[in-house]
Design a protein. Structure first.
Length: 122
């Protein structure tokens, strides 16, 4: 029995192309934080993805490059690395629900409920 039932597609940038990985058994949670910005309320939409033990082994979840993304569901689109192409990662994100990896919280060293939580910006 799976703990969670959502499926995500992860895109990682390599030197000359994109790698695409589909992961099942995760939890996708949409969120929207309201921030005070000089007297104006700014809404910051993002999503949190929880990868329970058994789903994150071998994954590369890197927020440092702003080039890796996670999308909800099985996405077959493959972004192009060509500068002449208009079908870039931003276009894949625009057509689907998801975003660029912003932060990774590794709780895999816990005794119980080992998981990794990833936040993606929309």
């Amino acid at each position: 029995m799976a703990l969670f039932t959502d499926t995500v597609t992860i895109y990682n940038k390599t030197t000359s192309s994109w790698s695409r990985t589909v992961v099942e058994g995760v939890q996708w949670s949409d969120k929207a934080d309201r921030l005070n910005n000089n007297g104006r309320v700014k809404v910051d939409p993002h999503a949190t993805i929880t990868f329970p033990e058994g789903t994150y082994e071998g994954l590369r979840l890197d927020p440092s490059q702003d080039e890796d993304a996670i999308l909800l569901g099985v996405v077959s689109d493959m972004p192009s690395t060509s500068s002449a192409s208009v079908f870039k990662l931003t276009e894949v994100i625009r057509r689907n629900k998801g975003g660029v990896i912003q932060s990774v919280n590794d709780n895999s060293n816990r005794d119980y409920l080992k998981n990794i939580k990833v936040t993606v910006g929309k």
